[in-house]
Design a protein around this ligand. Structure first.
Ligand code: GRF
Length: 247
């Protein structure tokens, strides 16, 4: 099926889980054998461009019985993104929005925004999505868009963070999971993890070790944000306890 420059997978024909009045969803797998609802499940939309190892970490975490989150849609900016294959294997709906199908960046952003909004996400997660999202997109999901970046921000923003950190000769780099605002690689930081540069590292080897940290932190950040446990004041993102969420 093709809608305004986007390609929805056949799986999209399946109905997305029902949404409860508080905005969360319940799904059949979330019921105990006696039929009693176990927990509300928060909806996550993931945007990818490539390999999708971070998406895989999110899918694996969501598959845990008590995760409380479900990946309901995976969106890519190119049909060849391997992340789409991972999503299909996990029986998650997929869609592709290609910049080439849109006259300008704004209309690409709007198409993406509309597809994401239609999936009614509690959290939108950029997991190796290699496009800059414009204000129309970011403003549609205030405080709900997460990104992971392979450097200790604010060092080495942009698409070649690992290569540039190596070229600079740093001894320690790492990853940053942060909320997305209207500037690139800039929003409030949720988690960072340091990764030492080892003798003989090349870009791929160093990036693999950085990704191991991202795979740990990104699912955690998604879950905490979905649970409403992230409070933001200015540039500072703070975690609150589950008890504080209900206050
Ligand atoms: C990650 O390191 C992410 O930080 C960066 O791109 C990489 C994506 O890796 N933006 P993968 O596609 O999740 O394997």
């Amino acid at each position: 099926m093709r809608r305004s420059g986007s390609i929805l997978s056949g799986a999209a024909a399946r109905r997305l889980p029902e949404r409860a009045p508080d905005g969360s969803i319940r799904r059949a797998e979330n019921q105990s054998r006696t039929g009693e609802a176990v927990a509300d499940v928060k909806r996550v939309v993931v945007l990818v461009s490539g390999h999708g190892s971070n998406l895989q970490a999110l899918l694996d975490a969501a598959a845990e019985p008590a995760s409380g989150v479900a990946v309901v849609l995976v969106l890519a900016d190119r049909p060849g993104a391997h992340g789409l294959e991972r999503a299909r294997r996990a029986r998650v709906d997929t869609a592709v929005v290609r910049p080439a199908d849109h006259p300008d960046r704004r209309s690409f952003d709007l198409a993406l925004r509309d597809l994401v909004a239609a999936a009614r996400p509690d959290v939108v997660c950029l997991a190796g999505f290699m496009r800059i999202l414009g204000p129309e997109f970011v403003r549609a999901f205030p405080g709900r868009v997460l990104n992971t970046h392979p450097s200790l921000l604010p060092a080495f923003r942009g698409a070649h963070a690992v290569r540039e950190a190596l070229a600079y000769g740093v001894q320690v780099t790492g990853c940053t999971v942060h909320l997305v605002d209207e500037e690139v690689d800039h929003g409030p930081v949720l988690f960072q993890s340091a990764v030492p540069v080892e003798p003989g590292d090349d870009e791929d080897r160093l990036h693999e070790r950085i990704k191991q940290q991202e795979h740990r932190l990104l699912p955690l950040a998604v879950r905490l944000l979905a649970e409403g446990r992230v409070r933001v004041e200015g540039r500072r993102a703070q975690l609150v306890t589950a008890e504080e969420v209900s206050r």
